[in-house]
Design a protein around this ligand. Sequence first.
Ligand code: SF4
Length: 380
Amino acid sequence: MSSAKPSSSNAPSSNVPSLRHDWMRDEVSALFALPFNDLLFQAQTVHRQHFNPNQVQVSTLCSIKTGACPEDCKYCPQSARYDTGLEKEKLMQVDAVIEEAKAAKSSGATRFCMGAAWRSPKNKDLPYVVEMVKGVKALGLETCMTLGMLDDKQSSELAAAGLDYYNHNLDTSKEYYGDIITTRTYDDRLNTLQNVRDAGMKVCSGGIVGMGEGEQDRVGLLIQLANMPAHPESVPINMLVRVEGTPFEALDDLDSFDFIRTIAVARIIMPKSHVRLSAGREEMNEQMQAMAFFAGANSIFYGEKLLTTANPEADKDKQLFKRLGIEPEPYSAVEDRREGGNASAVSNVSNGAVEIFEPTAKEAIQQTAQATPLFYNAVS
Ligand code: SF4
């Protein structure tokens, strides 16, 4: 399978709707309420307008400082408040992080994400973190960090070091948030995201489903993300991993289809964002992962561990990709993003797929738009 090359002919065609930032609750609720097949078809249709449907961006996550976090996020084994048996570790040495990044690159990752269990980085830690960004960047990888809350000065320092993405999840809806975390507010999170944007970095922000929330909370979360002045470039959708010792260890299973619906709706309302199938993948069978890709997920974490919870081994991922005919999003897409382009957008033009799919997609959208007028504004 050849990697598609970006070219000017890859620009989305005029029937591709512009991005919206004014999603209403009833519109997004209507998407969630669609028959499952209609929702998946819409999501896949939108997905093909912006991305090669057979490419998935691959990131690797490295926990640069583990455990002993003062925050009380009820899902998190890294909180110092819960006895989860997690072994805490100090901030890693810069050299060790660079070695991990090299290994990640050689196994196909294009983005290296570094996570620290902090409320926010301390001034004494920031110089080390800055060195990590510079070192990973020098390897030619995209860099991402998740370090907790950032003020404007910290955001500027990280941006100046070359940090491409900053991850800070909203977790859930504003309404349900107080049931999950009490040590920082929803507005604190939004402020961090604003600081990240103002500093010129790309935003990675999503949430976790399966935390006992209702569908309206999933609607609320996605509306918050989609109605930001700019959509997050990366939207991780996590399935709660119920870790023993956390307050959420005994929550009920979320219906798998509700998880897939969340991915599909995220794809539809944030059509140019990478939607990441994140935590919880270990507990999903291959069929469910394949369905998530069909619903528009096009980014995964690759490697043995996802911060502190197990992640399917890299080999298993490679085999799954092979069986599904999926290839990792090529490095050229990273380069193109750096230059401000959009290599991912309809890059399947190289094999004629756009010509095949586009008319079909247009007809399908029109049919669905008649059946679901609330969606019409998004696609007309
Ligand atoms: S999610 Fe992050 S902030 Fe919350 S307890 Fe875990 S490491 Fe700390």
